[in-house]
Design a protein. Structure first.
Length: 172
């Protein structure tokens, strides 16, 4: 049973995001296959959380490597909050007060594939095969082609070894 603690993790080289590490493990990932997306600020029991002086009363965005090949840009209320989350000042830059807060950005360094070649349509190879409408997405051809489920990928001409589950669902 997992808690409702919200501390998102990225698993499977940044392709799958879960609410916390426990949820990631119930989806079948090992802890070492996941990394914390944007760490929460932490303070010792006797410390006072950040009280930003007027000149530091601005949000910052900080770049960090979540794991090799997976970079994340995280936003924090101030540099003090970012540093309390373990990020170094040299990896952070101010965000204009006029800019709306935005979602964290995930950058995955994946091998280049021929994006001009279209993905085969489901049932284009095996048009007499029956598939359910179950939504359990799979990625094939190095993540370039996405299908609703494994059966659809097979009807498009892929073999099981060419595909992987997009993001497994947690099992409760």
């Amino acid at each position: 049973m997992c808690t409702a603690d919200f501390n998102p993790v990225l698993c499977d080289a940044g392709r799958c995001e879960y609410g916390n590490g426990c949820v990631g493990t119930t989806a079948g990932f090992e802890n070492e296959d996941c990394c914390v997306k944007c760490p929460n600020p932490e303070w010792a029991f006797d410390e006072t959380p950040c009280e930003a002086p007027p000149d530091q009363d601005e949000r910052v965005e900080c770049a960090r490597e979540c794991e090799p090949g997976v970079d994340v840009v995280c936003q924090y209320e101030s540099l003090c909050f970012a540093e309390a989350a373990g990020l170094a000042e040299e990896h952070c830059s101010p965000v204009s007060k006029d800019d709306e807060p935005k979602d964290d950005v995930i950058i995955i360094d994946e091998p280049k594939v021929d994006e001009d070649e279209p993905c085969p349509d489901p049932f284009s190879v095996l048009d007499d095969m029956m598939c359910t409408a179950e939504l359990d997405p799979v990625l094939c051809d190095a993540g370039r082609c996405e299908y609703s489920n494994g059966c659809e990928s097979i009807t498009a001409g892929f073999v099981k070894e060419d595909c992987c589950m997009k993001c497994p669902m947690p099992e409760w």
